[in-house]
Design a protein around this ligand. Structure first.
Ligand SMILES: [Zn+2]
Length: 252
C-alpha cells in the first residue's frame, strides 16, 4: 500500500483525528497551502513524499509529529517505509550537483539515482554505516554520556565505520577511543536504518577484555558500568540502543 508523507526536518504530518496517515488528497491539499520544496515518489517502495519549506501553516485537520515518535510506535514495515522516505529526501537535498564536474544533477528515469547530464556520473542514495556497542562485564553494562547531547542520557558507545576498516575493527576502535578499554567476543545483535540523516546502525554486544575507563574528554562526559536493572536515563523505545539495553536485562 502506497504511503503518503509530508516531511520537514525531523517531523512528519498526520491527520489530527486519531493521528491517521495521509492519503493522496491530503498531500495535494497540503501542497496547495504550503511552499513546496520537493515532491517525489518511488513505486518500488510504495512511497510518495512532499517536502515543505515549513510546517508552521498547515491547513486545519493536520498535526505535526516527530518521526522518531512514529518509529517508536509503528510496525517494522511502516518504519521501513518512513525511514526510506526520510533518507531519500535528505539524500535528494544534499545531492543536487555533480561532485566531479559541478553540473546540476537530474533524476535517473530508470532507478532511484541521480545522473549528471554532462559527465554521466550516476549517484545512488548514500548509507553511512555506524557501529553501536553494548559492552558487558560481570553482569554490568557500559553506558556513556556524550558531551554534545544536551539531554542527560547514558547510551551505548557508537560511531561511524571509517574507510578501510572492518566492522569489527570499528567496534574495537570506537570503544578504545571513547573509553580506553579493550573488548572481545564481539557479537552481532541486529541493525536499524536511522535516517537522521543517513546512518545504518549495526548493533553489537561485546565483552570486557581489559583496561580502565579513561574518557575521551572531547566526546564523552561520563562512562560507567551499570546494573542493567538500575540504569540511568537511557535511549527511548524505537532505537536499537533501547533494544540492546532491554535485551541485556533479559540475559541476567
Ligand atoms: Zn558531472
Amino acid at each position: 500500500m502506497v504511503k503518503y508523507y509530508v516531511l520537514k526536518g525531523r517531523e512528519m504530518v498526520l491527520k489530527s483525528e486519531g493521528e491517521q496517515e495521509l492519503d493522496v488528497q491530503d498531500l495535494d491539499l497540503i501542497a496547495q497551502e504550503g511552499v513546496v520544496v520537493d515532491r517525489f515518489s518511488e513505486a518500488s517502495n510504495e512511497i510518495e513524499v512532499l517536502n515543505l519549506q515549513d510546517l508552521e501553516h498547515l491547513p486545519a485537520g493536520y498535526v505535526r509529529l516527530p518521526i522518531r515518535a512514529y518509529i517508536a510506535t509503528h510496525s517494522a514495515e511502516d518504519v521501513g517505509q518512513v525511514s526510506r522516505a526520510k533518507a531519500l529526501l535528505e539524500w535528494r537535498q544534499n545531492t543536487r550537483f555533480c561532485g566531479r564536474c559541478g553540473a546540476r544533477l537530474k533524476d535517473d528515469e530508470k532507478q532511484t539515482a541521480r545522473v549528471c547530464p554532462d559527465c554521466g556520473q550516476i549517484i545512488f542514495p548514500r548509507i553511512e554505516p555506524c557501529v553501536i556497542v553494548l559492552v558487558h562485564r560481570e553482569g554490568k553494562i557500559l553506558l556513556a554520556k556524550h558531551v554534545q547531547r544536551n539531554q542527560d542520557i547514558y547510551a551505548c558507545i557508537a560511531g561511524f565505520v571509517e574507510a578501510g576498516e572492518t566492522i569489527e575493527q570499528a567496534v574495537e576502535r570506537e570503544i578504545m577511543e571513547e573509553t580506553h578499554i579493550r573488548v572481545k567476543n564481539i557479537r552481532y545483535f541486529g541493525s536499524q536504518s536511522w535516517p537522521f540523516p543517513s546512518q545504518l546502525m549495526l548493533a553489537f554486544n561485546a565483552d570486557y577484555d581489559g583496561g580502565d575507563i579513561n574518557l575521551q574528554a572531547e566526546e564523552i562526559a561520563d562512562a560507567q558500568w551499570f546494573d542493567p536493572e538500575h540504569c540511568p536515563a537511557s535511549p527511548k523505545p524505537g532505537s536499537i540502543a533501547y533494544r540492546l539495553i532491554e535485551a541485556s536485562k533479559r540475559q541476567k
